[in-house]
Design a protein around this ligand. Sequence first.
Ligand code: HEM
Length: 377
Amino acid sequence: MAFLLVGYAAATIAALFCIYLRRCCTHPIFTEYPFVGMLPQVLCNLWRAHDYSTQVLKQHGGTGEFTGPWFTSMNYMLTCDPFNVHHMLSRNFHNYVKGPEFREIFQAFGDGIFTADAEAWKYDRDLFHSLFKHKSFEVFLEKTIQKKVKNSLLPLLNHHAQGRVVVDLQDVFNRFTFDNICSTVLGRDPECLSIDFPEVAIEKAFNQAEECIFYRHIVPKFVWKMQQWLQIGQEKKMTEACKTLDEFIYSCIASKREDLRRYEENENEETYVDLLTSLMREEEIWGKDCMELKPERWISEKGGNVYVPSYKFIAFNAGPRSCLGKDLSFIQLKMVAAAILRRYHVEVVEGYVATPSLSIVLLMKDGLKVNIRKRKF
Ligand code: HEM
Protein backbone atom coordinates (compact mmCIF):
# COMPACT_ATOMS: atom_id res chain seq x y z
CA MET A 1 0.00 0.00 0.00
CA ALA A 2 2.76 2.41 1.03
CA PHE A 3 4.58 1.51 -2.18
CA LEU A 4 1.47 2.42 -4.24
CA LEU A 5 1.09 5.79 -2.48
CA VAL A 6 4.75 6.69 -3.12
CA GLY A 7 4.22 5.69 -6.77
CA TYR A 8 1.15 7.94 -7.10
CA ALA A 9 2.96 10.83 -5.45
CA ALA A 10 5.98 10.44 -7.76
CA ALA A 11 3.72 10.26 -10.85
CA THR A 12 1.82 13.39 -9.76
CA ILE A 13 5.04 15.33 -9.14
CA ALA A 14 6.43 14.19 -12.52
CA ALA A 15 3.21 15.26 -14.30
CA LEU A 16 3.26 18.67 -12.59
CA PHE A 17 6.92 19.11 -13.47
CA CYS A 18 6.17 18.30 -17.15
CA ILE A 19 3.32 20.87 -17.16
CA TYR A 20 5.68 23.36 -15.53
CA LEU A 21 8.39 22.75 -18.14
CA ARG A 22 5.85 23.06 -20.98
CA ARG A 23 4.68 26.39 -19.57
CA CYS A 24 8.20 27.84 -19.48
CA CYS A 25 8.58 30.57 -22.03
CA THR A 26 11.44 31.06 -24.46
CA HIS A 27 12.41 34.56 -23.31
CA PRO A 28 11.59 34.65 -19.57
CA ILE A 29 12.06 38.03 -18.00
CA PHE A 30 12.35 36.72 -14.41
CA THR A 31 13.04 33.35 -12.81
CA GLU A 32 9.92 31.22 -13.05
CA TYR A 33 9.03 29.26 -9.89
CA PRO A 34 6.72 26.24 -9.84
CA PHE A 35 3.05 27.13 -9.16
CA VAL A 36 3.58 30.85 -8.51
CA GLY A 37 5.39 31.65 -11.78
CA MET A 38 7.14 35.00 -11.84
CA LEU A 39 4.66 36.87 -9.65
CA PRO A 40 6.73 36.93 -6.40
CA GLN A 41 9.43 39.08 -8.00
CA VAL A 42 6.85 41.58 -9.24
CA LEU A 43 5.12 41.78 -5.87
CA CYS A 44 8.43 42.20 -3.99
CA ASN A 45 9.39 45.10 -6.25
CA LEU A 46 5.97 46.66 -6.63
CA TRP A 47 6.97 49.75 -4.63
CA ARG A 48 9.44 50.64 -7.42
CA ALA A 49 7.55 49.04 -10.32
CA HIS A 50 8.58 51.58 -13.00
CA ASP A 51 12.31 51.56 -12.23
CA TYR A 52 12.35 47.81 -11.75
CA SER A 53 10.62 47.00 -15.06
CA THR A 54 12.93 49.45 -16.88
CA GLN A 55 16.00 47.82 -15.36
CA VAL A 56 14.84 44.24 -16.04
CA LEU A 57 13.81 45.00 -19.63
CA LYS A 58 17.20 46.60 -20.22
CA GLN A 59 18.94 43.45 -19.00
CA HIS A 60 16.86 41.39 -21.47
CA GLY A 61 17.46 43.50 -24.55
CA GLY A 62 14.13 45.36 -24.28
CA THR A 63 11.67 42.45 -24.60
CA GLY A 64 10.67 39.36 -22.62
CA GLU A 65 7.84 37.16 -21.37
CA PHE A 66 6.10 37.15 -18.01
CA THR A 67 4.13 34.16 -16.72
CA GLY A 68 1.98 34.41 -13.61
CA PRO A 69 0.87 31.63 -11.23
CA TRP A 70 -0.03 28.49 -13.18
CA PHE A 71 -3.76 28.60 -12.23
CA THR A 72 -4.12 32.09 -13.74
CA SER A 73 -4.02 33.45 -17.27
CA MET A 74 -1.41 36.09 -16.44
CA ASN A 75 0.84 35.62 -19.46
CA TYR A 76 2.30 38.81 -20.83
CA MET A 77 4.88 39.90 -23.37
CA LEU A 78 6.64 43.05 -22.15
CA THR A 79 8.56 45.36 -24.44
CA CYS A 80 10.14 48.79 -24.49
CA ASP A 81 11.76 48.29 -27.88
CA PRO A 82 10.61 51.13 -30.19
CA PHE A 83 10.58 48.82 -33.22
CA ASN A 84 8.16 46.45 -31.50
CA VAL A 85 6.03 49.44 -30.46
CA HIS A 86 6.01 50.66 -34.05
CA HIS A 87 5.14 47.16 -35.30
CA MET A 88 2.18 46.81 -32.92
CA LEU A 89 0.77 50.33 -32.87
CA SER A 90 1.30 51.27 -36.52
CA ARG A 91 2.50 48.73 -39.07
CA ASN A 92 0.39 45.78 -37.88
CA PHE A 93 -2.20 47.77 -35.97
CA HIS A 94 -5.10 45.50 -37.02
CA ASN A 95 -3.45 42.42 -35.49
CA TYR A 96 -3.24 43.99 -32.05
CA VAL A 97 -6.77 44.79 -30.88
CA LYS A 98 -7.46 45.74 -27.27
CA GLY A 99 -9.77 42.73 -26.79
CA PRO A 100 -12.33 41.64 -24.16
CA GLU A 101 -9.83 41.30 -21.30
CA PHE A 102 -8.78 44.94 -21.70
CA ARG A 103 -12.45 45.98 -21.72
CA GLU A 104 -13.04 44.07 -18.50
CA ILE A 105 -10.09 45.70 -16.73
CA PHE A 106 -11.04 49.17 -18.03
CA GLN A 107 -14.77 48.65 -17.44
CA ALA A 108 -14.91 52.02 -15.61
CA PHE A 109 -14.37 53.69 -19.02
CA GLY A 110 -17.56 52.09 -20.39
CA ASP A 111 -17.99 51.01 -24.02
CA GLY A 112 -16.69 54.22 -25.59
CA ILE A 113 -13.74 54.98 -27.86
CA PHE A 114 -11.07 54.01 -25.29
CA THR A 115 -12.20 50.39 -25.04
CA ALA A 116 -13.81 49.77 -28.47
CA ASP A 117 -12.25 47.74 -31.29
CA ALA A 118 -12.88 47.23 -35.01
CA GLU A 119 -16.00 48.87 -36.54
CA ALA A 120 -17.29 50.32 -33.26
CA TRP A 121 -13.92 52.02 -32.67
CA LYS A 122 -13.75 53.29 -36.29
CA TYR A 123 -17.20 54.84 -35.95
CA ASP A 124 -16.29 56.58 -32.64
CA ARG A 125 -12.91 57.70 -33.97
CA ASP A 126 -14.44 59.37 -37.08
CA LEU A 127 -17.07 61.06 -34.94
CA PHE A 128 -14.57 62.42 -32.39
CA HIS A 129 -12.16 63.41 -35.13
CA SER A 130 -14.75 65.57 -36.90
CA LEU A 131 -15.78 67.21 -33.62
CA PHE A 132 -12.23 67.93 -32.42
CA LYS A 133 -11.16 69.40 -35.73
CA HIS A 134 -14.14 71.74 -35.86
CA LYS A 135 -13.07 75.39 -35.64
CA SER A 136 -15.88 76.30 -33.22
CA PHE A 137 -14.70 73.60 -30.80
CA GLU A 138 -11.15 74.99 -30.83
CA VAL A 139 -12.47 78.52 -30.19
CA PHE A 140 -14.70 77.24 -27.39
CA LEU A 141 -11.75 75.38 -25.84
CA GLU A 142 -9.48 78.43 -25.95
CA LYS A 143 -12.15 80.59 -24.28
CA THR A 144 -12.68 77.96 -21.58
CA ILE A 145 -8.94 77.81 -20.85
CA GLN A 146 -8.59 81.61 -20.79
CA LYS A 147 -11.47 81.88 -18.33
CA LYS A 148 -9.98 79.19 -16.07
CA VAL A 149 -6.54 80.86 -16.11
CA LYS A 150 -8.00 84.27 -15.23
CA ASN A 151 -10.60 83.21 -12.65
CA SER A 152 -8.89 80.31 -10.89
CA LEU A 153 -5.21 79.72 -11.74
CA LEU A 154 -3.86 83.26 -11.35
CA PRO A 155 -5.77 84.05 -8.11
CA LEU A 156 -4.45 80.78 -6.63
CA LEU A 157 -0.84 81.48 -7.64
CA ASN A 158 -1.08 85.11 -6.45
CA HIS A 159 -2.30 83.87 -3.09
CA HIS A 160 0.66 81.48 -2.76
CA ALA A 161 3.18 84.03 -4.02
CA GLN A 162 2.02 86.53 -1.39
CA GLY A 163 2.01 84.01 1.44
CA ARG A 164 5.36 82.55 0.28
CA VAL A 165 4.09 79.04 0.96
CA VAL A 166 5.19 75.96 -0.96
CA VAL A 167 2.64 74.83 -3.56
CA ASP A 168 2.25 71.45 -5.26
CA LEU A 169 2.30 72.41 -8.95
CA GLN A 170 1.31 68.89 -10.06
CA ASP A 171 -1.86 69.09 -7.96
CA VAL A 172 -2.56 72.56 -9.39
CA PHE A 173 -2.20 71.31 -12.99
CA ASN A 174 -4.23 68.16 -12.31
CA ARG A 175 -7.06 70.22 -10.91
CA PHE A 176 -6.77 72.69 -13.78
CA THR A 177 -7.01 70.00 -16.47
CA PHE A 178 -9.76 68.13 -14.65
CA ASP A 179 -11.95 71.26 -14.41
CA ASN A 180 -11.14 72.10 -17.98
CA ILE A 181 -11.93 68.66 -19.41
CA CYS A 182 -15.23 68.52 -17.46
CA SER A 183 -16.17 71.99 -18.75
CA THR A 184 -15.36 71.20 -22.38
CA VAL A 185 -16.63 67.64 -22.47
CA LEU A 186 -19.54 67.66 -20.01
CA GLY A 187 -20.36 71.36 -19.87
CA ARG A 188 -19.92 71.58 -16.07
CA ASP A 189 -16.98 72.91 -14.06
CA PRO A 190 -16.49 70.94 -10.81
CA GLU A 191 -14.24 73.78 -9.49
CA CYS A 192 -11.44 71.60 -8.13
CA LEU A 193 -8.95 74.42 -8.70
CA SER A 194 -9.50 76.78 -5.84
CA ILE A 195 -7.28 78.52 -3.21
CA ASP A 196 -8.29 76.09 -0.45
CA PHE A 197 -7.61 72.96 -2.60
CA PRO A 198 -11.05 71.41 -1.85
CA GLU A 199 -11.53 67.65 -1.90
CA VAL A 200 -13.89 67.12 -4.85
CA ALA A 201 -15.62 63.74 -4.91
CA ILE A 202 -15.49 63.14 -8.66
CA GLU A 203 -11.82 64.08 -9.01
CA LYS A 204 -11.02 61.70 -6.17
CA ALA A 205 -13.21 59.03 -7.76
CA PHE A 206 -11.43 59.42 -11.11
CA ASN A 207 -7.97 59.04 -9.53
CA GLN A 208 -9.23 56.08 -7.51
CA ALA A 209 -10.55 54.32 -10.63
CA GLU A 210 -7.16 54.79 -12.35
CA GLU A 211 -5.33 53.25 -9.36
CA CYS A 212 -7.71 50.28 -9.30
CA ILE A 213 -7.14 49.70 -13.02
CA PHE A 214 -3.40 49.56 -12.35
CA TYR A 215 -4.02 47.06 -9.53
CA ARG A 216 -6.05 44.85 -11.90
CA HIS A 217 -2.96 44.56 -14.09
CA ILE A 218 -0.77 43.11 -11.36
CA VAL A 219 -2.98 40.69 -9.44
CA PRO A 220 -4.44 37.49 -10.95
CA LYS A 221 -7.89 38.01 -12.43
CA PHE A 222 -9.61 35.62 -10.02
CA VAL A 223 -8.27 37.66 -7.08
CA TRP A 224 -9.75 40.97 -8.18
CA LYS A 225 -12.92 39.22 -9.40
CA MET A 226 -13.32 37.65 -5.96
CA GLN A 227 -12.72 41.04 -4.30
CA GLN A 228 -15.32 42.52 -6.65
CA TRP A 229 -17.83 39.85 -5.70
CA LEU A 230 -17.14 40.23 -1.98
CA GLN A 231 -16.89 44.03 -2.28
CA ILE A 232 -13.63 44.32 -0.38
CA GLY A 233 -10.25 46.10 -0.84
CA GLN A 234 -9.48 47.94 -4.08
CA GLU A 235 -12.63 46.60 -5.77
CA LYS A 236 -14.89 48.11 -3.13
CA LYS A 237 -13.20 51.45 -3.84
CA MET A 238 -13.66 50.88 -7.58
CA THR A 239 -17.43 50.29 -7.18
CA GLU A 240 -17.78 53.45 -5.07
CA ALA A 241 -15.69 55.47 -7.56
CA CYS A 242 -17.79 54.28 -10.53
CA LYS A 243 -21.00 55.13 -8.66
CA THR A 244 -19.76 58.69 -7.98
CA LEU A 245 -18.65 59.15 -11.61
CA ASP A 246 -21.92 57.74 -13.02
CA GLU A 247 -24.04 60.01 -10.82
CA PHE A 248 -22.04 63.05 -11.93
CA ILE A 249 -22.18 62.17 -15.63
CA TYR A 250 -25.91 61.35 -15.57
CA SER A 251 -26.67 64.67 -13.90
CA CYS A 252 -24.56 66.45 -16.57
CA ILE A 253 -26.49 64.67 -19.33
CA ALA A 254 -29.81 65.62 -17.72
CA SER A 255 -28.90 69.31 -17.46
CA LYS A 256 -27.48 69.23 -21.02
CA ARG A 257 -30.87 68.01 -22.26
CA GLU A 258 -32.49 71.00 -20.52
CA ASP A 259 -29.94 73.34 -22.17
CA LEU A 260 -30.58 71.83 -25.60
CA ARG A 261 -34.32 72.31 -25.22
CA ARG A 262 -33.74 75.99 -24.31
CA TYR A 263 -31.26 76.33 -27.18
CA GLU A 264 -33.83 75.02 -29.66
CA GLU A 265 -36.33 77.57 -28.35
CA ASN A 266 -33.83 80.51 -28.71
CA GLU A 267 -31.89 79.46 -31.78
CA ASN A 268 -30.53 82.95 -32.43
CA GLU A 269 -28.63 83.22 -29.11
CA GLU A 270 -24.83 82.90 -29.43
CA THR A 271 -24.10 79.52 -27.83
CA TYR A 272 -21.00 77.32 -27.76
CA VAL A 273 -22.11 73.72 -27.98
CA ASP A 274 -19.73 71.59 -25.90
CA LEU A 275 -18.91 67.96 -26.36
CA LEU A 276 -20.07 64.93 -24.31
CA THR A 277 -16.22 62.40 -24.08
CA SER A 278 6.48 53.22 -19.18
CA LEU A 279 7.09 56.34 -20.70
CA MET A 280 10.09 54.33 -21.94
CA ARG A 281 13.28 55.32 -20.24
CA GLU A 282 15.53 53.74 -22.81
CA GLU A 283 19.20 54.64 -22.79
CA GLU A 284 19.44 54.06 -26.55
CA ILE A 285 16.77 56.67 -27.26
CA TRP A 286 17.39 59.27 -24.56
CA GLY A 287 21.06 58.76 -23.72
CA LYS A 288 22.93 58.05 -20.47
CA ASP A 289 20.76 60.47 -18.47
CA CYS A 290 17.55 58.64 -19.48
CA MET A 291 16.44 58.23 -15.84
CA GLU A 292 16.67 61.96 -15.08
CA LEU A 293 13.82 64.46 -15.28
CA LYS A 294 15.27 66.81 -17.90
CA PRO A 295 12.66 68.75 -19.88
CA GLU A 296 15.47 70.59 -21.71
CA ARG A 297 16.17 67.40 -23.70
CA TRP A 298 13.35 68.56 -26.00
CA ILE A 299 15.18 71.78 -26.89
CA SER A 300 17.94 71.73 -29.51
CA GLU A 301 21.21 73.66 -29.20
CA LYS A 302 19.80 76.33 -31.52
CA GLY A 303 16.71 76.69 -29.34
CA GLY A 304 14.36 74.76 -31.64
CA ASN A 305 12.27 71.67 -30.89
CA VAL A 306 13.85 68.23 -30.87
CA TYR A 307 11.64 65.89 -32.91
CA VAL A 308 11.18 62.32 -31.62
CA PRO A 309 8.85 59.88 -33.48
CA SER A 310 5.70 58.94 -31.56
CA TYR A 311 6.66 55.25 -31.35
CA LYS A 312 9.73 56.28 -29.31
CA PHE A 313 7.82 58.64 -27.03
CA ILE A 314 4.39 57.10 -26.63
CA ALA A 315 2.90 59.51 -24.08
CA PHE A 316 0.15 60.25 -26.63
CA ASN A 317 0.18 56.72 -28.09
CA ALA A 318 1.15 56.12 -31.73
CA GLY A 319 -0.38 54.96 -35.01
CA PRO A 320 -4.11 54.98 -35.86
CA ARG A 321 -5.10 55.09 -32.16
CA SER A 322 -2.97 58.07 -31.24
CA CYS A 323 -4.49 60.61 -28.86
CA LEU A 324 -7.14 62.82 -30.45
CA GLY A 325 -6.64 65.49 -27.81
CA LYS A 326 -2.91 65.97 -28.36
CA ASP A 327 -3.19 69.30 -30.22
CA LEU A 328 -5.70 70.59 -27.68
CA SER A 329 -3.37 69.57 -24.84
CA PHE A 330 -0.52 71.53 -26.41
CA ILE A 331 -2.71 74.62 -26.81
CA GLN A 332 -3.59 74.33 -23.13
CA LEU A 333 0.01 73.72 -22.10
CA LYS A 334 1.26 76.79 -23.99
CA MET A 335 -1.50 79.06 -22.68
CA VAL A 336 -0.84 78.03 -19.08
CA ALA A 337 2.97 78.18 -19.41
CA ALA A 338 2.76 81.67 -20.97
CA ALA A 339 0.37 82.91 -18.26
CA ILE A 340 2.64 81.66 -15.47
CA LEU A 341 6.12 82.41 -16.78
CA ARG A 342 5.48 86.06 -17.60
CA ARG A 343 4.18 86.73 -14.08
CA TYR A 344 6.10 84.46 -11.72
CA HIS A 345 9.48 82.94 -10.88
CA VAL A 346 8.94 79.24 -10.21
CA GLU A 347 11.59 77.30 -8.27
CA VAL A 348 11.45 73.63 -7.37
CA VAL A 349 12.11 73.17 -3.62
CA GLU A 350 15.67 72.17 -2.78
CA GLY A 351 16.51 68.48 -2.66
CA TYR A 352 13.35 67.42 -4.48
CA VAL A 353 13.54 64.05 -6.29
CA ALA A 354 10.75 63.02 -8.70
CA THR A 355 9.52 59.43 -8.22
CA PRO A 356 6.66 57.89 -10.25
CA SER A 357 3.36 56.83 -8.65
CA LEU A 358 1.63 53.48 -9.22
CA SER A 359 -1.22 54.26 -11.56
CA ILE A 360 -2.07 53.98 -15.25
CA VAL A 361 -1.26 57.70 -15.60
CA LEU A 362 2.38 58.57 -14.98
CA LEU A 363 2.33 61.07 -12.11
CA MET A 364 4.93 62.07 -9.52
CA LYS A 365 4.25 60.28 -6.23
CA ASP A 366 4.98 63.29 -4.01
CA GLY A 367 3.77 65.91 -6.45
CA LEU A 368 5.97 68.79 -7.61
CA LYS A 369 6.59 71.16 -4.71
CA VAL A 370 7.64 74.66 -5.78
CA ASN A 371 8.12 78.18 -4.44
CA ILE A 372 6.39 80.93 -6.40
CA ARG A 373 7.46 84.58 -6.46
CA LYS A 374 5.95 87.42 -8.46
CA ARG A 375 8.21 88.86 -11.16
CA LYS A 376 9.16 92.52 -10.78
CA PHE A 377 8.43 94.40 -14.01
C1 HEM B 1 -1.45 65.50 -21.59
C2 HEM B 1 -2.64 65.09 -21.93
C3 HEM B 1 -2.96 63.78 -22.63
C4 HEM B 1 -2.23 62.63 -22.75
C5 HEM B 1 -0.84 62.33 -22.19
C6 HEM B 1 -3.03 61.69 -23.52
C7 HEM B 1 -2.64 60.40 -23.86
C8 HEM B 1 -3.41 59.49 -24.58
C9 HEM B 1 -3.06 58.10 -24.83
C10 HEM B 1 -1.80 57.40 -24.34
C11 HEM B 1 -4.06 57.55 -25.54
C12 HEM B 1 -4.16 56.09 -26.01
C13 HEM B 1 -5.03 55.33 -25.05
C14 HEM B 1 -5.29 53.91 -25.46
O1 HEM B 1 -5.33 53.58 -26.65
O2 HEM B 1 -5.51 53.07 -24.57
C15 HEM B 1 -5.05 58.57 -25.77
C16 HEM B 1 -6.19 58.39 -26.48
C17 HEM B 1 -7.16 59.33 -26.62
N1 HEM B 1 -7.13 60.63 -26.14
FE1 HEM B 1 -5.66 61.47 -25.07
N2 HEM B 1 -4.22 62.29 -23.85
C18 HEM B 1 -4.22 63.57 -23.34
C19 HEM B 1 -5.21 64.51 -23.45
C20 HEM B 1 -6.38 64.32 -24.14
C21 HEM B 1 -7.43 65.30 -24.25
C22 HEM B 1 -7.39 66.70 -23.62
C23 HEM B 1 -8.41 64.73 -24.98
C24 HEM B 1 -9.74 65.29 -25.40
C25 HEM B 1 -10.15 66.52 -25.33
C26 HEM B 1 -7.99 63.39 -25.37
C27 HEM B 1 -8.71 62.52 -26.14
C28 HEM B 1 -8.31 61.24 -26.47
C29 HEM B 1 -9.15 60.29 -27.21
C30 HEM B 1 -10.54 60.55 -27.75
C31 HEM B 1 -8.41 59.09 -27.32
C32 HEM B 1 -8.86 57.78 -27.95
C33 HEM B 1 -8.20 57.57 -29.28
C34 HEM B 1 -8.54 56.22 -29.87
O3 HEM B 1 -8.61 55.20 -29.15
O4 HEM B 1 -8.73 56.16 -31.08
N3 HEM B 1 -6.73 63.19 -24.83
N4 HEM B 1 -4.63 59.74 -25.17
